[in-house]
Structures are given as structure tokens and as C-alpha cells.
Design a protein around this ligand. Structure first.
Ligand SMILES: C[S@@+](CC[C@H](N)C(=O)[O-])C[C@H]1O[C@@H](n2cnc3c(N)ncnc32)[C@H](O)[C@@H]1O
Length: 536
């Protein structure tokens, strides 16, 4: 018990604390019971810790089941991304000269009078009014530099007028010293800090150093929120404490109103660190690690980065170049904490072959170039890329997975089961195989990830149902539909927190509808098969 722990109910010295969040203190069990109704709204199954490597981070204070909501919170601050076309500063959606009107006070173009009055618009509106001249935005549809300062300005406003929010924001990591001297730092100094000081005439109110620290806080802590087009960014309080892991045990999504929802992606034990993935989990190890170093200023040492085989998936592996060998090449480690790209040699797991890091890089660059130049949306191109490069890469290699996912979208680009009726048996078989292989890979590589797996399971249920439908025997049809139902139920569970604004949210809605339809069909077949008892 700390010296000043006081009972939430009577303010007397407290000996007990909430076993879940460890935040609320009580003098006795009786008072803890009395306070539960009140406390349960704030009680969370984790506690913030701190150490030299991670800074602040979060540990579970009790066991958490997959799918459980761990945290839901609204942003401390939100605003346009740093690089953006002109957007309405009330709702952050793209605008043009025809669907916007300048704010009557400050001149920033807004999409409606409602947005003009939005509380989030107050900071830039006030600072623009105070400078004495309205702003005039004339170029729409292209990146506009004036917008890069808005989110930073909104944070600075908290410092001046809303100290409670500022207190939370200023504690966030900025990596200010490490950022100094980088190209991005210099660009932001000119484009954001100098713009704020000169255009808004705020010299004397804020210093350049202070503005640059805020720029660092935005870089390190903001989340891209894909609910608007273009996406906007937001900073959350407790969510900012979640550490990164390339095989994270938590998964994030957003509510329709821009709140963030963190759910458990895997079973979590009391005392486990809670993590989300700051980068694209379907990038190769070298790319993920460099991206994290560049954007978040740390070298990742998670279990996935430490294991070159990435849980035995061989997600970054090349085929051995000896035509008689069936082995795969990988480096002994990817942990090269330098940016000089010298790298390590790659060794075959079956024969003594070695490939220099230079040759590997050259090969990967060539394949990457081919991939980026490949015409999009063409099934034949995807198949040909896979055929060509399965000769050189492990079938689970990230380049092939990228194209396999694209191919699956093309041949299985369906929102309901019936659309698969149009494809031939060969493509249906390919569709099934792709779904099964990709699901197995994702389950193993990133077990806490939900969106990709939910999407793949949705596709798989449609393919399984269609494959069953093509069989003559009612028994097989029935068994296939039962299997499709089980798969779809899993997709529904994974996608249930996705907002309707996102593809995954729409898919969830479709999955729920399909599930109902499937249940009816199964029931009808079951009855027709002569058994009246309900299968469900
Ligand atoms: C969003 S913040 C997380 C909260 C932060 N630790 C704090 O004290 O405010 C991101 C920063 O945390 C640190 N961090 C997060 N995950 C890490 C990891 N897996 N390894 C090392 N540092 C990490 C890095 O400094 C990173 O830039």
C-alpha cells in the first residue's frame, strides 16, 4: 500500500486494491463491493509498467480470453494526416471548391455549417482569427502544405487552454533528440514549426523546440484512422502505452465515431505484456524492422524478428539455388541493428549452399520491381507471377503471399455465396486451396491478427459451400454447408467489432446475413433428408 492510498468510498487509508486494474483502493472488501457499480466503467484488465527498453508499457493483471475487449477509448486529439489534400476541418473528409464553404470566422473551407461549429475546429479557427486575416485555400484535390500543421496546432492549443489533456499528451514519447538532424525533422521544422510561428504569428507563445517535440509526439504515437477518405490521424491516451510486437497478442480497430477498440487476439495470461503491431504484419522481417526504426525509433527484438523462420512459416525464405536441393535459404539472424544494409549471408537448411546478402538483395529487388510493375486486377498476371517465382521463393514468401491475396480477391471477389457459381471447377479448387493455405499461414505467423483472417474465413466459407453445392449427393451438400457455417461463425467472431465504414465491417454485416441464410438452408435440407430434429 502506498502512503497516500485512500479508499475510494470513505477516503480512509486503504489496504486493498482492485485485483483487476490495481488502480482503485479500498479500506475493506465491503467498500470495494459498494464501489463496483461505479468502478466497473473504468476498470481495465491491465496496468501500466515502465522499464529502460520499452519505456511505459502494459501488462495484463488477469487472464484475458481471445476476442475480449481490453480497452475502448476516444482520442485525446484528432486531425488531418500530415500529408493530405484539403479536408473539412470538422469531419476530416476530402472537400473541393463545389462542396465546401469557407468558415465564416477563419476562412478554412468546411463541408457544412455543422462542421463549422465542430469543437475540434476551435483551435485553428481561433488562431487564424487572432492572426487578423482569414485563410484562403484555392487548390483542391492535391496535397496542400497548409494542412500539415493542423493536428500539431490542435495539440499546442491544449497546452495553452486545456491543461488536463496537455498533461497526458506531453508525457508521450517524442524521440525528439533522435529525430534531430533527420530529413523529416528538417522538413517538419520548415513546413510545420516555421509556418505555425510565422503564419499564425505565434512566436513568443510557442518555441520552435516545443513545436518540434509535438511533431515527434505525433510521429511516434498517432494512429491512422481509416474511417474517412483520406484517412485522418488520432492520438489516444492508454492505447499509446501498448508496445509493439510483430506477433502481437492484441488487435485494434475503430468505432464509427473514431474511438479505438483494443481486443485480445490470443489467450493472454496474467502478467503477459500486451502488444499491438505498429507496422504491416505481412511485410518481411527486414522491411518491418527498418520501418519501425525509421518511424518509431527502435529496433524490434520480438520473438518473430529473432526467429529467421518466423514460426516455421519461412515467410522470408528463398529456395536453394542448387537445382538438386529441396532446401530453403535464410540468414542465421535478421538482427542487424544498422542501416548500412551490409546484412548477413543466407544458408540453405539442407545443403552447404550459401548466398551472399548482396545476391539476396539483388534478387529481391528484381522480384520487387516486377511486382510493383505488374498490371493490377489481372488474374492471369497474378497466376503467372506465382508460377514464375515459386521457382525461386518459398511458397509462403511475402511477395508470393501478396500476390496470392490479390488473386484471391480477384477470383473470389464475392460478397455472397452465389457469385462463386460463375467460376469453373479449377478456379474454385484454386480458391479453396488459397484460402486454406493463407488461413493456416496467418494463424501461425500472426495469431492475434483478426481482419485478414476474418476476411479469408469469409471467402473460405463461400468456396466450401459452393464446392458442396456442385456435388450430387445431399449428404455431401449437407456436410459442406455445416462446415461452411462453422467457418462463417469464426469469421463473424473475428469481425464483430469492425465498423460499417470499413470493408471488414461491411463483410461482417454480410457474414451475419449469410449465416442466417445458411442456417435456414441447412434446416430445410435436414428436414428433406427425413430427420425432423433441428440440427442447430
Ligand atoms: C507509442 S509509444 C509507446 C509508449 C512509450 N513506451 C511511452 O513510454 O510513452 C512507442 C515507443 O515505445 C517504445 N517501444 C514500443 N514498443 C517497443 C518495442 N517492442 N521495443 C522497443 N521499444 C518499443 C519505442 O520507443 C517507441 O517509439
Amino acid at each position: 500500500m502506498s502512503e497516500d492510498s485512500k479508499c475510494e468510498v470513505c477516503q480512509n487509508p486503504a489496504e486493498h486494491r482492485c485485483g483487476s486494474c490495481h488502480d482503485a483502493h479500498y479500506c475493506c472488501k465491503e467498500h470495494q463491493k459498494i464501489d463496483w457499480k461505479n468502478h466497473k466503467r473504468n476498470c481495465r484488465p491491465f496496468k501500466v509498467h515502465s522499464n529502460d527498453i520499452l519505456g511505459r508499457h502494459i501488462k495484463a493483471t488477469k487472464g484475458i480470453n481471445p476476442g475480449d475487449i481490453i480497452l475502448q477509448e476516444n482520442p485525446l486529439i484528432w486531425g488531418p494526416a500530415q500529408t493530405t489534400v484539403p479536408v473539412c476541418l470538422g469531419c476530416c473528409r476530402a472537400i473541393n471548391e463545389n462542396n465546401s464553404k469557407p468558415c465564416s470566422k477563419c476562412g478554412w473551407p468546411m463541408c457544412s455549417s455543422l462542421c463549422e461549429k465542430a469543437p475540434c475546429h476551435i483551435p485553428e479557427c481561433r488562431y487564424t482569427v487572432l492572426r487578423g486575416d482569414k485563410i484562403s485555400i484555392r487548390n483542391f484535390g492535391i496535397t496542400h502544405p497548409s494542412y500539415s500543421c493542423i493536428t500539431v496546432l490542435r495539440i499546442l492549443y491544449q497546452k495553452q487552454f486545456l491543461p488536463e489533456i496537455w498533461k497526458k499528451i506531453k508525457q508521450l514519447q517524442s524521440h525528439h533528440e533522435e529525430r534531430k538532424g533527420t530529413q523529416k525533422y528538417e522538413q517538419e521544422r520548415l513546413q510545420i514549426a516555421q509556418f505555425i510561428l510565422k503564419f499564425f504569428k505565434l512566436d513568443g507563445v510557442f518555441s520552435e523546440e516545443e513545436i518540434m517535440r509535438v511533431c515527434g509526439i505525433v510521429t511516434v504515437n498517432s494512429h491512422e484512422v481509416p474511417l474517412t477518405e483520406p484517412h485522418h490521424i488520432a492520438i489516444y491516451d492508454k492505447t499509446s502505452m501498448f508496445e509493439h510486437n510483430c506477433r502481437a497478442n492484441c488487435s485494434k480497430t475503430f468505432s464509427s465515431h473514431g474511438g479505438i477498440i483494443i481486443t485480445a487476439g490470443t489467450r493472454i495470461k496474467k502478467g503477459d505484456n500486451l502488444s499491438i503491431c505498429y507496422t504491416d504484419p505481412l511485410w518481411g522481417t527486414a522491411n518491418r524492422r527498418h520501418h519501425l526504426k525509421e518511424s518509431k525509433f527502435f529496433w524490434c527484438h520480438c520473438s518473430r524478428c529473432l526467429d529467421p523462420t518466423e514460426s516455421g512459416t519461412f515467410f522470408s525464405a528463398l529456395r536453394c539455388q542448387d537445382s538438386n536441393c529441396k532446401g530453403y535459404l535464410l540468414p542465421k539472424t535478421f538482427i542487424d541493428n544498422t542501416t548500412n544494409d551490409k546484412g548477413f549471408d543466407w544458408y540453405c537448411d539442407k545443403c552447404p549452399s550459401i548466398l551472399s546478402s548482396y545476391s539476396v538483395q539483388d534478387l529481391l529487388d528484381r522480384i520487387g520491381k516486377d511486382l510493383s510493375e505488374m498490371p493490377k486486377g489481372d488474374i492471369r498476371e497474378c497466376k503467372s507471377f506465382i508460377n514464375t517465382y515459386e521457382e525461386l521463393l518459398h511458397p509462403n514468401h511475402f511477395y508470393l503471399i501478396d500476390v496470392k491475396l490479390a488473386l484471391l480477391q480477384l477470383i473470389g471477389n464475392v460478397n455472397d455465396v452465389n457469385e462463386l457459381k460463375e467460376i469453373d471447377d479449377e478456379d474454385l479448387e484454386l480458391n479453396l486451396k488459397l484460402c486454406q493455405n493463407l488461413i493456416a499461414l496467418v494463424r501461425n505467423l500472426v495469431p492475434g491478427e483478426k481482419r485478414i483472417r476474418g476476411l479469408l474465413l469469409f471467402k473460405l466459407h463461400a468456396a466450401v459451400a459452393e464446392a458442396g453445392r456442385r456435388k450430387a449427393s445431399p449428404d455431401i451438400v449437407y456436410a459442406s454447408l455445416m462446415e461452411a457455417k462453422k467457418i462463417l461463425q469464426e469469421a463473424v467472431d473475428l469481425l464483430k467489432h469492425e465498423p460499417i465504414e470499413l470493408v471488414e465491417g461491411k463483410l461482417y454485416k454480410q457474414a451475419v446475413a449469410n449465416l442466417k441464410e445458411l442456417e435456414l438452408v441447412i434446416q430445410t435440407i435436414h428436414m428433406a433428408m427425413g430427420d425432423i430434429a433441428s440440427p442447430m
